[in-house]
Write a protein that binds this ligand. Structure first.
Ligand code: ZN
Length: 495
C-alpha cells in the first residue's frame, strides 16, 4: 500500500468592485474588452496602484484560515510569456505573501466516511488574474476583461490523502469565502478554481514524484481526478516503472487525467520585487478593520447551533449551508423566543419549515437558500406563523397554506388566518356535524372499519379510522382539530 500526499492551490476571485491594480470594473460576463485600460493592458510606462479593498479581503481570508499577517508584505513580478498576459509578467507575491502558515480543521462526511483532520495552509497571496483566450477553429480570440481582476491564491501543504478529503476541503473553503462575502464561490464561472498536486510513495519514504492537475472547475472533478491519479501512479510503481513529474489535465469525457506538459524542474519565473508598488505595512487600523469584518465561520456556527437548539447534526449543517439561511434561522428563533416560546422546543420545526417549504419556494424561483432575504416572508413572519401553530390556532396543514398565501399576498400570517377564518375548529358540535356528513358519504368505509374492529384487525381499523379523520378535515377545509375529530370517529366506529 502506498501513502498519498495531496496539496491544493485554490484561486478565488475577490468581490472587489474594481481590479487589483487599476480602476477598471471587475465583473463577469461583460462585452469583451470593455473593462480595460492602459494599466491592465500592459502599456509601457503606466503605474499600477494597489486596491486596498483587495488587500483587506485577502487578509480576511488569511485570518479565517488562521494565517499570520506579516509586518511587511510586498509584490513581485513573475515573468512568463503567454498571450493572455499582456505585460509578459504577472504581479504576484512570492517572498512575503499577505497570509502565512495557517491551518484549517477539515471536518465532515464524504463518501460515507467521517473525516476529521487538520490541513496546514502554506500561504495566501494576492495577484492579478490573466485574460481569457477563446479558441474558435483556426483563430484564437482574446478578452482582457479578466486581466487584472483580484485573485487570491490559497496554497495548502500536502496534508490530504484522498480525493474525498480534497473535495471536502474545497467545499468547506467555498462556504468560508461566501460567509466572509469576499467571493461568490461560483466554480462554473471560474470565480473559484483549483489546481491539485499529488504524489505517492511507500510509507515512511516521504513525498514521491509530484504530478500537478490543472484547472479543476468543480469539487467533484477534484475528487475524481485525484483518485484516478492515485490509482494510475500506484499501477506504475507496481509495474516497476517511475512516475514522471509533469502537469496533467482532467478529461471529464474520458474520466481520466492526461498529460499536458512535462516539467523536469521548477520553472524559473525570475521573480523580482515590483518596483512600482510600495511595500505594504498593515497598520493597527487596517488590522482592526480586518478583524471587524470577520464573521462566525460555517463549521463552528453549525456546531454551536446544533448544541444551542438541540438540532441534529445534519439539520444544523443544512441550516448553515449559506450564511443568509443561518442568519434567517437565528433571527426567526430570536423573535419566537420574544413571544415567550422556548427556542429549543420550536427550533426543529423552524429548521424544517426553512429547509422544506421555504427552500422549495426559493428553488422554484431559481434562488437558493442564499436568496432567502429577498423573499417577502421575513423571519418575523415565520415567527408569527410559528406562534399561531404553537398556540394551537392553526393546524399543520393550514400553516403551510398560510405560508404560501402570506408570500403571494405579501401579508402577515396572522392577518391572513384572521381574515380567511382559518383558525382551528375545536367546537365539538361543529366537528360532529362534519362527522355526520362523513358517516353518510363514507358508509362503506365505516362499515368495514367496524368489521375490522370486531374481527380484532387493529391495523386495518387504524388505517380506515385515519382515512375517515382525513375526510372530516376535508369537510372543514382542513380546520378541524385532528384530536377531536379522531376521538369522534373512534367513538363512531366502536359504537
Ligand atoms: Zn484597467
Amino acid at each position: 500500500m502506498y501513502q498519498s500526499f495531496i496539496g491544493l492551490e485554490i484561486h478565488i476571485h475577490l468581490l472587489t468592485r474594481t481590479k487589483v491594480f487599476c480602476g477598471c470594473r471587475s465583473a463577469f460576463g461583460d462585452e469583451p474588452n470593455t473593462n480595460v485600460c492602459p494599466v491592465c493592458m500592459g502599456y509601457p510606462g503606466v503605474l499600477p496602484s494597489l486596491n486596498i479593498e483587495a488587500m483587506r479581503m485577502g487578509c480576511m481570508v488569511a485570518r479565517a484560515l488562521n494565517c499570520r499577517i506579516p509586518e511587511k508584505t510586498w509584490f513581485e513580478r513573475k515573468q512568463y510569456f503567454y498571450p493572455d498576459m499582456p505585460k509578459n509578467y504577472q504581479i504576484s507575491q512570492f517572498a512575503s505573501p499577505l497570509g502565512q502558515e495557517g491551518w484549517v480543521e477539515l471536518e465532515g462526511k464524504t463518501g460515507g466516511r467521517n473525516i476529521k483532520k487538520q490541513v496546514r495552509i502554506k500561504e495566501c497571496h494576492l495577484e492579478e488574474d490573466a485574460g481569457k483566450m477563446i479558441h474558435t477553429g483556426a483563430v484564437s480570440l482574446l478578452d482582457y476583461n479578466r486581466a487584472g481582476v483580484s485573485l487570491l491564491e490559497i496554497v495548502t501543504q500536502p496534508d490530504m490523502e484522498t480525493g474525498e478529503e480534497a473535495e471536502l476541503f474545497i467545499q468547506q473553503l467555498r462556504r468560508v469565502v461566501r460567509y466572509l462575502g469576499v467571493c461568490d464561490g461560483n466554480m462554473e464561472e471560474g470565480s473559484l478554481r483549483a489546481d491539485a498536486n499529488v504524489s505517492i510513495n511507500l510509507p515512511g519514504r516521504g513525498l514521491g514524484k509530484k504530478v500537478e492537475i490543472k484547472n479543476l472547475n468543480s469539487s467533484r472533478f477534484v475528487r475524481l481526478a485525484l483518485n484516478h491519479e492515485i490509482k494510475r501512479q500506484g499501477e506504475l510503481l507496481d509495474a516497476g516503472k517511475t512516475v514522471i513529474q509533469e502537469t496533467r489535465l482532467w478529461n471529464e469525457n474520458r474520466d481520466q487525467t492526461e498529460p499536458m506538459r512535462q516539467k523536469e524542474n521548477a520553472q524559473d519565473y525570475r521573480y523580482f520585487p515590483e518596483p512600482d508598488i510600495p511595500v505594504f505595512c498593515p497598520d493597527e487600523e487596517f488590522l482592526k478593520s480586518v478583524e471587524r469584518s470577520l464573521v462566525e465561520l460555517p463549521l463552528p456556527r453549525s456546531r454551536r447551533i446544533e448544541n444551542d437548539y438541540d438540532l441534529s447534526r445534519e439539520q444544523a449543517e443544512l441550516v448553515c449551508e449559506e450564511k443568509e439561511g443561518a442568519d434567517y434561522f437565528e433571527e426567526a428563533l430570536r423573535l419566537t423566543a420574544a413571544q415567550g416560546l422556548d427556542p429549543k422546543a420550536v427550533a426543529g420545526k423552524i429548521a424544517n419549515r426553512i429547509l422544506q417549504d421555504i427552500k422549495h419556494i426559493l428553488n422554484k424561483e431559481g434562488l437558493g437558500l442564499a436568496g432567502i432575504a429577498s423573499l417577502n416572508f421575513s423571519p418575523a413572519r415565520l415567527a408569527s406563523l410559528t406562534g399561531l401553530e404553537e398556540s394551537g390556532l392553526v393546524s399543520v396543514k393550514i400553516a403551510k397554506r398560510t405560508l404560501e398565501a402570506s408570500i403571494a399576498e405579501d401579508r402577515d400570517p396572522a392577518d391572513i388566518v384572521r381574515d380567511r377564518g382559518w383558525e382551528i375548529l375545536s367546537d365539538p358540535v361543529k366537528i360532529a356535524e362534519a362527522v355526520k356528513t362523513v358517516e353518510t358519504l363514507e358508509g362503506k368505509a365505516l362499515e368495514e372499519a367496524r368489521e375490522a374492529a370486531a374481527g380484532g384487525n387493529g391495523k386495518r381499523r387504524g388505517t380506515l379510522a385515519a382515512f375517515l379523520v382525513g375526510k372530516v378535515l376535508e369537510q372543514t377545509g382542513g380546520r378541524a382539530d385532528p384530536g377531536i375529530a379522531g376521538a369522534q370517529i373512534a367513538a363512531l366506529i366502536d359504537s
